[in-house]
Design a binder for this molecule. Structure first.
Ligand code: B4P
Length: 189
């Protein structure tokens, strides 16, 4: 079973490419952003807490997200593979993922990093905001999210490099070109 981490800044196309990979390989998909948005919609206690962080462009605290991740993973059952989209976003989350998978006798197979220039990210997310209805897709919050990415999430690039799992891909161009580059890596796993 493959455990694939799809990694990149907000708006790098993690969700978009995950959908294409699910279609091609039949993998299951865990998007922590989607999980949190569902909690917000259902007005759970977790959703109420998460909303305050998300609307402000900040990350939800590690302790909240790590527990949810394990429960979501266990609920998937047997499958060919899992795509982790938007998780991990901090080094403690990466360490927790490693430990959680090790407890289940498995490990991350590869980290796929989508590289996109910052101004392109802003443009994509401002455009998404016109139809997504997401409170965090406005320019001010987008820039905050990108700062949070730089300070808290980008250190994971060298963390995964050290683990020997990092694979960087150009994250702009057509969806198909990007998808082909990701599939070439997955096919070698
Ligand atoms: P997420 O839901 O993970 O969303 P994202 O990073 O904003 O977007 P993604 O990279 O998936 O981009 P997409 O494919 O949609 O996170 C939202 C929030 O939840 C976070 O800010 C945080 O607060 C919280 N959260 C989530 N996980 C967490 C965690 N682990 N710990 C703590 N907090 C957490 O693409 C963006 C746009 O670009 C789309 O409109 C798409 O159509 C377009 N696009 C994609 N590929 C393109 C291409 N090749 N060319 C042109 N446009 C493209």
């Amino acid at each position: 079973m493959k455990n694939i981490v799809i990694f990149g800044a907000p708006g790098s196309g993690k969700g978009t490419q995950s959908d294409l990979l699910v279609e091609k390989y039949g993998f299951k998909h865990i998007s922590t952003g989607d999980v949190l948005r569902a909690e917000i919609k259902n007005e759970t206690e977790l959703g109420k807490t998460a909303k305050q962080f998300i609307d402000n462009g900040q990350l939800v605290p590690d302790s909240l997200i790590i527990d949810i991740l394990a429960a979501t993973y266990d609920a998937l059952g047997q499958c060919e593979g899992v795509i982790f989209d938007g998780f991990p976003r901090t080094i403690p989350q990466a360490e927790a993922l490693k430990a959680m998978l090790a407890e289940r006798g498995t490990a991350v197979s590869a980290m796929l990093e989508l590289q996109v220039p910052t101004e392109m990210l802003v443009e994509r997310l401002v455009n998404r905001g016109k139809t997504s209805g997401r409170a965090d897709d406005n320019e001010e919050t987008i820039r905050k999210r990108l700062d949070v990415y730089e300070s808290q999430t980008s250190p994971l690039i060298s963390w995964y490099e050290t683990e020997g799992l990092r694979n960087a891909v150009k994250g702009y161009g057509t969806l198909q070109e990007i998808n082909d580059a990701l599939c070439a890596i997955i096919d070698k796993l």
